[in-house]
Design a protein around this ligand. Sequence first.
Ligand code: KMH
Ligand code: ZN
Length: 298
Amino acid sequence: MIITCAVTGAIHTPSMSPHLPVTPSEIAEAAIGAAQAGAAIVHLHARQPEDGRPSQDPALFRRFLPAIAEQSDVVINITTGGSPVQTLEERLEPARVFQPELASLNMGSMNFGLFEMLNRFKEFQHDWEEPYLRNSDDLVFRNSFRDIEHILRSCGDAGTRFELECYDTSHLYTAAYFLDRGLLPKPLFIQSVFGLRGGAGPHYEDVIMMRRTADRLFGHDYQWSVLGAGRNQMPIATLSAAIGGNVRVGIEDSLWDGPGRLARSNADQVTRIRQVIEALSLEIATPAEARELLQLKG
Ligand code: KMH
Ligand code: ZN
């Protein structure tokens, strides 16, 4: 089973947790720690070191990518989702510059509700945080067919493969459309996302429905992974493990390591799901095994 760890993302803000990696050295340390704990893939965003604001500036990625590659053989996965308030060209730039083995690719436009975060976390250290969360109720995370094709053509030629972020079954059909057009290489890597407001819910029937639809559309030509947002992270990952799927954890997806208990590191969450996987008598994939399963360029 492939464990992906998404170390910082663009949803959470620094005031929500002192353990959210923000600076390049914090992001590098978090990624290396996750790899040591058992993650085969790290999914990476960058943030401005001064205030933690999500940024797709390649210069920031350049400050942590070499350290991660030097100190681990983990598969690097660079986001092209960035944050819903960034332009497509901004979002795409780091994957275009660094041509990683994997990049994320969001398979449809959607509402992306961050507003409940505002209710839970009221004191903010930085000016950008509150408007960022408040405005999300009016925000569409845009990923049109043309946007998706643009990302595919810009990164695919360099041999980058994609973590296909699918927030609902409709996004699987969009993946099938691009597969039919010959724009997506097999095997696909489907990352099914549950529990975000605007996407599929976190009920186990949502998970099963996603899996069955993907099986029907892609047969044996895909690897399936799941992520649950917030408190749904471990239940959804455990369900996936039990039915033969891969898992994604990390502080991008959840701040928590138990009820009301903040995860102190990304490695904490990797360790927790690793224990679940091993308790089920399953084995975690090494980075080399993940490269083989996903047929990455290495
Ligand atoms: N934030 C996640 C729900 C991306 O970076 O492309 C999905 C994600 C998107 O990781
Ligand atoms: Zn991400």
